[in-house]
Design a protein around this ligand. Structure first.
Ligand SMILES: *Cc1c(COP(=O)(O)O)cnc(C)c1O
Length: 515
């Protein structure tokens, strides 16, 4: 790619002008590696060469370690340009279903940077970090209040880690109660892949509940799975259900399903990644959840993806409280402390060093307190309203596989476009051409060619209308039959269609000179 690559040498650039099809047009830089930029004749530093000093490294002495030779301005430009290449929620619409890419309020950042929070160390004596422990304690209480699940452990570092914590909690409960025959976890076919993976990591077998017809877990399908091996469901340790589910639909029969599960001695793990559709409206504890994780980085706006680490606290019902991981933050009189190792005998143990992603705890609490009870309720109402607005505007152009309104995200398929040889992938790639991050594609797996759109409550009507108009334009183009463009987008990006299969099967993870 050298003749397309950015090079600070102007002559070189001019001589390659004819080949210069893509890079460096319209202030759009093709950014090559520092190693490719460097020249051996232009060292980055001007130190005199060493004289009269004997090497003390002996055999391991190397003449040239191959570090790029670049000047300070070159380094500066390189990293500043790279920093502008990230597409993020701060740069544009990001309707990635199931991921909840919402605006991260700057107030939260300000709070997390307060010296008393940003400069402390997890090994400090607890009497010197009472304020930080209070933040964690208050966050535990807010989460308990919002979920109706009174015990909270903040340590899991992401949603999937929360799932692990929750299923370990369930496993420990069965172990202590002597239920060794319970070795099956029920998981709907629409589940996020982390659900069955977690169950298997904890040594359980998974059994699938079919949701194909209606996008929801029906009582019949649930019973079929529950009683498959044993007429009383004795082999079932629990179920993992996301509510609202990954089709963006509320599980209407959840109460009846939970009662059946509890009668069989199973526990209900609720995947709470979609809690942003319910927060402030209903409490999962009220529909029988025993343990649930919360993605602070989804529902409570803490930055994620490239922007920060996740945080996946679990909220636990009295049924499982004794078994959840430690430590939790306790309050005695006016003082806060961390639970000691082994203090709760039946705890399933520690998940990680220290106490979790503390910076995210500060941000999430800041988000909750600045919204208040009424504000959090409006968050879920507006998230649901925005998704239904998109659904209502696009359902004539795109096939919506399940009837009725949605919750915080809406699901389409490429059924209508396929007739014109246009697929979900083409639609996603065309959105990139029009300056938008695509929606989640080909997930959930229960429908073919899925497009899962989650606008979140933080988008304006203008932003939604722009997305809708681009989607309508794509549908119209497909119907016109002139689909060559749709097959070749994106055109304006530094890279166009990539061979994704080859990239996945033969990843090149190491740069070699001249390769
Ligand atoms: C995001 C998500 C997860 C996993 O959360 P991470 O923080 O990415 O580990 C699990 N289940 C569902 C439904 C999700 O959307």
């Amino acid at each position: 790619m050298s003749n397309l690559a950015y090079n600070d040498n102007m002559d070189h650039m001019m001589s390659d002008a004819e080949n210069f099809e893509d890079g460096n047009r319209g202030l759009h830089y093709e950014e090559n590696l520092l190693w490719e930029k460097g020249h051996s004749d232009t060292p980055g530093v001007d130190l005199p060469s060493l004289k009269g000093t004997k090497s003390r490294t002996g055999q391991s002495e190397r003449k040239n370690v191959g570090l790029p030779q670049v000047s300070e301005p070159q380094v500066m430009r390189h990293f500043v340009r790279l920093s502008t290449k990230n597409y993020s929620i701060d740069s544009g619409f990001f309707p990635l279903g199931s991921c909840t890419m919402k605006h991260n309020p700057r107030l939260n950042e300000k709070m997390a940077r307060l010296k008393g929070f940003a400069s402390i160390h997890p090994m400090q004596p607890t009497q010197t970090v009472q304020g930080a422990l209070k933040v964690m304690y208050d966050l535990q209480n807010w989460l308990a209040e919002l979920t109706g699940l009174p015990a909270v452990c903040l340590t899991p570092a992401a949603g999937a880690h929360g799932e692990l914590a929750g299923i370990m909690t369930i496993r420990k409960a069965h172990e202590v109660q002597g239920n060794t025959h319970k070795d099956v976890i029920l998981v709907p076919d629409s589940a996020h892949g982390t659900n069955p993976a977690t169950a298997v990591m904890c040594g359980f077998k998974t059994r699938t509940i079919s949701t194909k017809e209606t996008g929801r877990v029906s009582v019949e399908a649930f019973k079929e799975a529950l009683y498959k091996q044993d007429p009383e469901g004795k082999d079932v340790a629990g179920m993992m259900v996301t509510n609202p589910n990954t089709c963006g639909l509320f599980e209407r029969d959840i109460q009846e399903i939970t009662d059946l599960l509890h009668d069989a001695g199973g526990y209900f793990y609720c995947d709470g990644a979609n809690f942003n559709a319910l927060v402030g409206k209903i409490r999962p504890g009220d529909f029988g959840v025993d343990v649930m994780h919360i993605n602070l980085h989804k529902t409570f706006s803490t930055p994620h993806g490239g922007g920060g680490p996740g945080s996946g606290p679990i909220c636990v019902a009295p049924s499982l409280q004794d078994y959840m991981p430690s430590p939790v933050v306790l309050k005695e009189g006016t003082a806060y402390r961390l639970e000691e190792e082994g203090e709760r005998e039946t705890s399933c143990g520690r998940l990680r060093g220290f106490q979790g992603q503390f910076g995210m705890h500060v941000r999430a609490l800041s988000y909750m307190m600045s919204h208040g009870a009424d504000g959090l309720k409006q968050v879920s109402e507006d998230a649901v309203l925005n998704a239904n607005y998109i659904l209502s505007q696009l359902k004539d152009d795109y096939h919506a596989p399940f009837e009725g309104p949605c919750m915080h995200e809406c699901l389409f398929t490429d059924k209508y476009q396929k007739e014109y040889d246009v697929t979900t992938l083409d639609i996603a790639k065309t959105l990139i051409e029009y300056g938008m991050h695509p929606m989640t594609v080909y997930f959930p797996l229960v429908v073919s060619g899925a497009m899962l759109v989650e606008p979140t409550e933080t988008e304006s009507k203008d932003a939604l209308d722009r997305f809708i108009s681009v989607m309508k334009m794509i549908a119209k183009k497909a119907r016109s039959g002139d689909v060559t463009e749709l097959h070749n987008y994106p055109k304006s990006t530094p890279r166009h269609r990539l061979d994704e299969v080859k990239a996945a099967r033969e990843p090149k993870l190491r740069w070699k000179k001249g390769a």
